[in-house]
Write a protein that binds this ligand. Structure first.
Ligand SMILES: NC(=O)c1ccc[n+]([C@@H]2O[C@H](COP(=O)([O-])OP(=O)(O)OC[C@H]3O[C@@H](n4cnc5c(N)ncnc54)[C@H](O)[C@@H]3O)[C@@H](O)[C@H]2O)c1
Length: 265
């Protein structure tokens, strides 16, 4: 018996083996859940998500998370395949056009910025609103989004993703209220350490920053595996009182001022 035995979930954002969502999907299935996997139609081209789906006996359903019609079809199909309402949802989606095109923060294209917010943050609201309107979440279910500490502190190369994460965390608090009142569904974000993934490595100087954060954190950078463990516990019945929180899975980084290791002392 796993801690997610009998639970049904939807996992967004597994692109390849390095994706945090792939670790979460594997962990949830190992803990007894049945899941559907979803990603943007363009992500299907790489074929990795189909391999993951086959390994986990999980149907892969393409959906652009900025498109409400896609999300409605995804939720309907997931309930049909999984045989009932949804117990947990992972939102692990992030993309910045300005970062991708290497625009500096003082020279951003604002129409790209709006697209970044839509993909990386407003999609979280769209997912929750779709689930809410369809009454698709089970009583005492759990929804998690992935964030980063740039929502609270300045990390210059994180660019407009900082504002995306601030918005994402705010949506978790605001929708957490409405879902809590409705049927005791929890909504939280996990603020994760730098992690070697496609999205992470798109940030300028990522390897150097990864090494800096690793030294700064008493536990070292928290791995994707540990993020998956925390997700599984938030999806389980062992965290029924936790909602509207931003939880740091960062090895202690967020509480540090200075670590002598960084100075080489
Ligand atoms: N890697 C890190 O250092 C780090 C740290 C903290 C938080 N995060 C967050 O973790 C989450 C997962 O990212 P990751 O690091 O695993 O990288 P990743 O590149 O593996 O995952 C990002 C995913 O977003 C998906 N996506 C992009 N546009 C989409 C759309 N329109 N509709 C649906 N899906 C779309 C991509 O296809 C991809 O699967 C993101 O929210 C990211 O910001 C990452």
């Amino acid at each position: 018996m796993g801690i997610l035995s009998g639970k049904r979930g939807i996992i967004f954002g597994a692109l390849d083996d390095n994706s945090i969502a792939s670790y979460v999907a594997k962990k949830c299935v190992a803990e007894g859940a049945t899941i559907t996997l979803t990603n943007a139609p363009v992500a299907m081209r790489f074929g990795e998500i189909q391999k993951l789906g086959a390994a986990l006996n999980a149907e892969v359903i393409p959906a652009d998370a900025t498109n409400l019609e896609d999300l409605e079809a995804l939720v309907d199909k997931s309930m049909e395949i999984l045989g009932g309402k949804i117990d947990f949802v992972l939102h692990a989606i992030g993309m910045s056009l300005n970062v991708r095109k290497k625009k500096s923060y003082t020279d951003l294209k604002h129409d790209w910025m709006l697209k970044t917010f839509d993909i990386s943050a407003i999609s979280f609201h769209k997912v929750m609103q779709t689930l809410y309107k369809k009454d698709a979440m089970n009583e005492e279910g759990s929804i998690v989004g992935l964030s980063y500490i740039a929502a609270q502190r300045t990390f210059p190369d994180y660019s407009e993703m900082a504002e995306s994460k601030a918005l994402l965390e705010s949506f978790a608090r605001s929708f957490g209220y409405h879902f809590g009142i409705k049927n005791k569904v929890r909504v939280n974000t996990i603020s994760q350490s730098p992690t070697m993934t496609t999205a992470g490595q798109g940030i300028k100087g990522f390897q150097e920053f990864f090494d800096y954060a690793d030294k700064m954190s008493p536990l070292g950078n928290a791995s994707a595996e540990s993020c998956a463990d925390l997700c599984a516990s938030l999806f389980s019945d062992f965290s029924k009182g936790v909602t509207m929180q931003n939880l740091y899975n960062d090895g202690g980084f967020s509480s540090m001022g200075m670590n002598p290791a960084v100075l080489g002392l």
